[in-house]
Design a protein around this ligand. Structure first.
Ligand SMILES: [Zn+2]
Length: 309
């Protein structure tokens, strides 16, 4: 089919299939509608095709039964299907672009721009809330956190309810959740696991957060596990590689970072130090590049810096 199926029919049902938003792209979807009316929750994953914990969580979510929910759950578990098949990092293989930098997209652009445009114009406006599931990519390790558009209080509440240890206020444009916020949809982007790893513990952590959000929205009844903590609210600073080379990180995940601390070095293959990367911020490590190979301009790590409020 070329368009989404009807999302609110008033009849309990499950529908699985593929949507072809435009020529050359076919993405799976799952729709679960409960008998009672309620909100429409949109859940996407696989914007980055090798973030497997998020994709497996979305795939499991599609198997909820209509009896379990009020309202409608729309799940797009693998938006970047070619990236998933080819195990690519960051980008859509069709155009080599990072879909999560392309929003709000263009109707006549490249594949990722067109997909972003389709989401913003056809899908996001139908949702009452939106979760875009991520994790560290194949080359990144990560301690769980949830991003939310920094000026949106409702999204911040969703990030709090989701229950991961850190909530990151995200600015900037080009991202799924900021684009959804622009069209009036509260949205968060949870990140769990990394390095292509997934298992019952990490998928369970993601699923528990999704269920807490559904409970908060009135879509499911108890039981839900309460959030294990109130998150630390931070912004994220992301230093990028000043040179091509080999990356030697100096800080572990969650380790405290002070201003001027050495975060790592880039060396050439003969051991000569090409660049020493120092912190401009105080905070702690949210995620880091684990790949030995690094290219100029790539993100090296994320430092969570406490919000001053
Ligand atoms: Zn991602």
């Amino acid at each position: 089919m070329n368009t989404l199926p009807p999302l609110r029919t008033g009849k309990p049902r499950t529908e699985h299939g593929h949507i072809r938003p435009f020529e050359g792209v076919e993405i799976p979807f799952g729709l679960v509608e409960g008998a009672e009316p309620g909100p429409l929750l949109l859940v996407t994953a696989g914007v980055h095709g090798s973030e497997y914990c998020s994709i497996e969580s979305a795939a499991r979510l599609m198997r909820m039964s209509p009896e379990e929910i009020r309202g409608t759950l729309l799940v797009l578990p693998i938006l970047n299907v070619q990236g998933f098949r080819k195990r690519s990092i960051y980008v859509m293989p069709e155009d080599g672009k990072n879909l999560n930098r392309m929003f709000p997209g263009k109707p006549d652009g490249t594949t990722s721009e067109r997909l972003a445009h389709w989401l913003v114009t056809e899908v996001y406006p139908q949702a009452d809330a939106y979760l875009d599931l991520h994790g560290g990519d194949l080359d990144e390790s990560l301690a769980p956190f949830t991003l939310y558009p920094k000026d949106c209080e409702v999204s911040k509440n969703l990030a709090t309810v989701f229950g991961l240890p850190v909530a990151v206020a995200a600015g900037g444009e080009g991202y799924t959740i900021n684009a959804a916020y622009r069209v009036g949809v509260p949205s968060v982007l949870p990140e769990v696991s990394g390095n292509g790893l997934w298992g019952e513990d990490t998928v369970g952590e993601m699923m528990a957060g999704i269920r807490r959000v559904m409970h908060y929205l009135g879509m499911v009844d108890e039981p839900v596990l309460p959030p294990p903590q109130v998150p630390a609210y931070v912004t994220m600073w992301v230093p990028t590689a000043p040179a091509d080379g080999l990356w030697y990180p100096a800080k572990d995940l969650s380790e405290i970072v002070c201003v001027d601390d050495v975060l790592g070095e880039i060396r050439d293959v003969f051991g000569t130090v090409l660049a020493t990367v120092r912190s401009e911020k105080e905070g702690f490590v949210l995620y880091r590049l684990t790949s030995l190979s690094v290219n100029k301009g790539e993100a090296l790590l994320g430092v969570g810096t406490p919000l001053s409020e």
